[in-house]
Design a protein around this ligand. Structure first.
Ligand code: LLP
Length: 461
């Protein structure tokens, strides 16, 4: 049995894309966070989202160490927003980026200092802005002229001055999936730089007494695997700060460059190292600022996936195994696209490992399609998984790197209750999210009165 490295450092080829505390016996995952996977499945059931505390907190620390005390790191809660995870973020000294009232209230309930919360969204409602004002969130990232007007109205009503960043679309194209690309010009997010809208937003904000403009923000995309896009964004944004100074005589002091750093999903994927990214970003900002004769702005970043993604695995139990003559072996598990829509939505590819002791021989080693239980052919978790001998009904399977954008994008398709989530570490497991029941799934259905449900339609004879 091979024990994984159990703390820090980028070279974790031994366990990646599984968390750093993962322990394998040959190809089989036997434990994570010091807890036996069979015990996890027995105690909490499957499918089960499992989050490794050491990986989660370790990544938060890597960000803080890479960027230094002068850079604000806000965990992007959209990647995984549950109270316990935001408690860990707060304990590790991170702020939190939220994108709705629900995420904001989660952060509040987790005890995140509201001054460290950054509020995003391209269509924040008056109620959401009022909640942000009442709770005293640190920064509202203003996304449109309509929102600027809304903010001013809400601020006046509450007697509150909002600290604001203006979201800029810098025209940087990061090579990610079109659905998660955000920094190019024609998008629903932010003020387009090339058309001069961002400068106009600065001027308008200056005329709003309940808005205090602190800086600029951009986010160029997600699952970005190289530093180039971030360096480009830093250069474009420092240029913007210089233009603002020249045109409006205002020196904006903050630059938030969003999230977007990619992670390894499959064995052998080369993931960027947070320390390199941090050093390159700080350097790009320094160069950009000094070239424009600007004081160095205070930098903030908002990583989501690269903090929580590699910390998560999903455990499933195999049910039906079907061999199609001339085709593949189809291994069906007890979850699927309702707990992880990313393969169906983005064509995302995941690493699958058998978990727990071998369930006896038989079944044969080789490649298999690991599929979910939904009534849809696209419900494929891994089309070509390499599974060891003995995978059969009752075997546990573990899918790696499911911490980000899995639970938060889960659904009740086919009325499947959503899985539980646990945090593991130091040999214990703590529930972060209770497993839903079928009653939970039905809880918001309202039965029709009999006279409506049973009302005869038009006569058909
Ligand atoms: N900041 C802003 C303004 C964002 O829009 C996002 C992600 C982040 C930070 C965090 O980015 P990250 O570090 O996680 O890449 N559902 C997609 C990802 C959508 C990302 C949306 N915005 C997926 O599953 O790949």
């Amino acid at each position: 049995m091979r024990a994984a490295q159990d703390s820090g450092g980028p070279a974790r080829a031994g366990t990646a894309p599984f968390p750093r505390t993962a322990v394998f016996d040959g190809p089989r995952l036997v434990a994570v966070g010091g807890v036996d996977v069979v015990e996890l499945a027995r105690r909490h059931g499957t499918p089960l989202y499992v989050l490794d505390h050491a990986e989660l907190a370790g990544r938060m620390r890597e960000y803080r160490a890479a960027l230094g005390a002068d850079v604000d790191v806000a965990y992007a809660a959209k990647a995984l927003c549950v109270v316990g995870v935001l408690q860990v973020a707060a304990a590790e000294g991170l702020g939190v980026d939220v994108a709705s009232e629900g995420e904001l209230v989660t952060a509040h309930r987790a005890g995140v200092p509201m001054g460290r919360v950054v509020f995003h969204g391209n269509n924040k409602s008056v109620d959401e802005l009022a909640a942000a004002g009442r709770l005293g969130v640190g920064r509202v990232v203003v996304d449109s002229f309509a929102e600027l007007d809304r903010l001013e109205r809400v601020g006046r009503r509450l007697g509150h001055v909002f600290d604001v960043l203006v979201r800029v679309t810098p025209g940087v194209r990061a090579g990610t999936h079109a659905f998660v690309r955000t920094g190019h010009d024609d998008t629903k997010f932010g003020f387009t730089l090339s058309a001069g809208l961002a400068g106009e937003a600065v001027a308008r904000a200056g005329r709003c007494p309940h808005v205090r403009l602190r800086g600029a923000h951009c986010h160029v995309g997600s699952q970005i695997l190289g530093p180039g896009a971030f360096e480009d964004a830093a250069a474009v944004l420092t240029g913007f700060l210089a233009d603002v100074r020249d045109a409006h005589g205002v020196v904006l002091e903050e630059l938030n460059l969003g999230g977007g750093l990619g992670i390894a999903y499959r064995r052998g994927d080369r993931a960027p190292v947070v320390a390199d990214y941090g050093a390159r970003l700080v350097q790009a900002l320094r160069v950009g600022a000094s070239a424009r004769g600007l004081p160095e702005p205070r930098l903030a970043v908002e990583p989501g996936r690269s903090i929580v993604g590699p910390a998560g695995i999903t455990l499933y139990t195999v049910g039906t195994v079907k061999d199609v003559p001339g085709g593949r072996r189809w291994v069906s598990v007890d979850g699927g696209m309702s707990d992880n829509v990313r393969p169906a939505l983005y064509g995302a590819s995941y690493e699958v490992a058998a978990a727990g002791p071998a369930a006896g021989s038989g079944g044969g080693a080789g490649r298999a399609a690991v599929v979910g239980k939904h009534c849809e052919s696209g419900d494929v978790l891994a089309p070509e998984a390499r599974l060891p001998d003995g995978v059969a009904e009752g075997t546990l399977l573990a899918v790696a790197a499911t911490g980000a954008y899995g639970h938060v994008m889960a659904s009740n398709y086919n009325r499947l209750p959503r899985p539980a989530m646990v945090l593991v570490g130091g040999g214990r497991s703590d529930v972060l999210v209770r497993r839903e029941t079928v009653d939970d799934v039905l809880a918001h259905d309202v039965s029709l009165p009999a006279e409506v449900a049973g009302a005869p339609g038009p006569a058909v004879d």
